[in-house]
Write a protein that binds this ligand. Structure first.
Ligand SMILES: Nc1ncnc2c1ncn2[C@@H]1O[C@H](COP(=O)(O)OP(=O)(O)OP(=O)(O)O)[C@@H](O)[C@H]1O
Length: 225
């Protein structure tokens, strides 16, 4: 059978509805993400952005509708999707008892390429520090350094990659995302912040909500007081 070219990878979502604890978070979602394309998933807190991303990587199964990778439907397509996927979740996946270099080695990076990636995220000098001694933003940079390793997989699914990053960090990430897209990669990410990427599409999950969330407080009560 002819092997599909990496530049023709695509993720298709048709009439997707996701539930959590019996509550439908959103319904009727349709989109396609092809090579060289980026999609930013937006929506209010609790709209289901993380749930959507976890559903797309096969870690949350409570959905109806169709998800397909290269026109092959889930769950049969999951092994192939995962072989082409770089996922960075909310928790960043950084092992705090290891150093940044050891974290990247765990993902198969050699010392030279790991050092270059850590330099790209401005962590030069911290490569041998234990991650639990680094700040939240520095730990986020350790996670994001995986995007700067050579041979990164074509599909990036990133949950709040900008969280805790300073202005320089956002700029470095934006540059790397643009570079990935120009090489035919694709990116699906959540963010509450705007990101300047050519051709970026947005998808607001709040527009697909089917039920109003329970009120958090009585009307007129300032929960932040
Ligand atoms: N651990 C959990 N157990 C049960 N229900 C949960 C859990 N985490 C989230 N939920 C429910 O799932 C819904 C969607 O959560 P999700 O984390 O996907 O939202 P989100 O859009 O990513 O939110 P945020 O912007 O705050 O990160 C929430 O409204 C909440 O009711």
């Amino acid at each position: 059978m002819a092997r599909k070219s990496p530049s023709s990878n695509s993720l298709q979502v048709r009439q997707l509805s996701c539930e959590r604890d019996g509550r439908v978070l959103f319904a009727g979602l349709d989109f396609e993400l092809g090579a060289g394309q980026a999609l930013q998933v937006e929506g209010a807190n609790g709209a289901g952005k993380t749930t959507l991303l976890r559903t797309l990587i096969g870690s949350a199964g409570d959905f109806t509708g169709e998800i397909a990778w290269n026109e092959r439907a889930f769950p049969a397509a999951l092994p192939d999707l995962r072989a082409h996927l770089l996922y960075i979740g909310h928790g960043a996946g950084v092992r705090r008892g290891l150093t940044p270099l050891e974290n990247l080695a765990w993902y198969g990076a050699g010392r030279g390429e790991a050092m270059r990636a850590l330099e790209q995220v401005d962590l030069f000098g911290f490569e041998d520090s234990l991650c639990h001694q680094l700040s939240a933003g520095q730990n986020r940079r350790v996670a994001l350094a995986r995007l700067f390793l050579p041979g990164a997989p074509p599909l990036w699914i990133l949950d709040e990659p900008l969280a805790a990053l300073d202005v320089a960090g956002v700029s470095a990430l934006q540059g790397q995302m643009a570079c990935h897209l120009s090489r035919g990669g694709s990116i699906l990410f959540t963010s509450h912040q705007p990101l300047a990427l050519a051709g970026l599409r947005t998808l607001n999950l709040s527009e697909y909500a089917t039920e109003e969330p329970e009120p958090l407080a009585e009307e007129g009560t300032d929960v932040f007081a």
